[in-house]
Each structure stands twice: as structure tokens, then as C-alpha cells.
Design a protein around this ligand. Structure first.
Ligand code: FES
Length: 149
């Protein structure tokens, strides 16, 4: 069966067929999880940090082929970088390295950089570099009343 490749660059197809850094790191230094509000898919990134650099990185996604290619690329881009450098990788940078994504798939490219940034922030919170994030208003359950009475 020939897969429809219309609109996908060679680089996207290559990363989709041979994704790098797939998997889970047990006991990661930082962990990021992001949901895609457009399609509801999930992305997780795990990092190990050494000398302020990303020493190891893995991803797991329940997203589509584009999300797999994006995650593979973002992990390649981040590996070996300092945390500050990795924090500057944008969604646009990832899409550019992949030689573009079809417009209807751009929302999938958001997952990679966002999950990476979330994993770095998780690490920074653990070491006390940044304050722990307050739970969002809608996540608070205190004082909530049951609508059925
Ligand atoms: Fe959900 Fe691409 S359609 S991540």
C-alpha cells in the first residue's frame, strides 16, 4: 500500500518512518506533558540533565504522523544543548527544520516544543530555579459545589 505523502516534505516522512529518541526515561530529571487542544492528542517528553545540558531525551506521543516527526525532530534539536538554548527552540524552528508541514497539520507541530519547554520547567521547579506553578483556577476543587445539589 502506498501512503499518501501529499504535502509532506522528505524530512517529515523520514522522521515519521524512523523516529529518533522514542520511549520513556524511568526516573527523569524533567517531565513534560502537553495535550493538543485541536485534536486532543497527547505528547510526553522526558529529559535527563547533566552539567546544565540535555544529556538524554525521549518522547512518547499518542499523536499523528506529523506529531511523531515533530517530536523526533525536537528531541534531535534539543539533545546536547544547554537548558537555556533548548528553551529557545520554538514551534516555528521545528517546522522549519522539517522543511514545513501542511497548514492543516501546523497544530501538531505545537506539541513538540511545548512539551520540551514543559519538561525543562519541571526540572527548574525541582531544583528551585523557578517557583512551582500554582494550579489553574479551573483545576481547583476547593469550594466547588455539586450542580446536582
Ligand atoms: Fe493530533 Fe496531529 S492530529 S497531533
Amino acid at each position: 500500500m502506498i501512503m499518501a505523502q501529499v504535502g509532506y516534505s522528505k524530512t517529515v516522512m523520514e522522521h515519521f518512518m524512523n523516529p529518533r529518541n522514542v520511549g520513556v526515561i524511568e526516573d527523569p530529571d524533567g517531565y513534560g506533558q502537553v495535550g493538543n487542544p485541536v485534536c486532543g492528542d497527547l505528547m510526553e517528553i522526558f529529559i535527563k540533565v547533566k552539567d546544565n545540558k540535555i544529556d538524554d531525551i525521549k518522547f512518547r506521543t499518542f499523536g499523528c504522523g506529523s506529531a511523531i516527526a515533530v517530536s523526533s525532530m525536537v528531541t534531535e534539536m534539543a539533545k546536547g544543548k544547554t537548558l537555556d538554548e533548548a528553551m529557545k527552540i520554538t514551534r516555528g524552528d521545528v517546522a522549519k527544520e522539517l522543511e514545513g508541514l501542511p497548514p492543516q497539520k501546523m497544530h501538531c507541530s505545537n506539541l513538540g516544543a511545548d512539551a520540551l519547554h514543559s519538561a525543562i520547567k519541571d526540572y527548574w521547579m525541582k531544583i528551585g530555579k523557578i517557583p512551582k506553578e500554582e494550579p489553574k483556577e479551573e483545576e481547583r476543587s476547593e469550594g466547588e459545589t455539586c450542580p446536582s445539589g
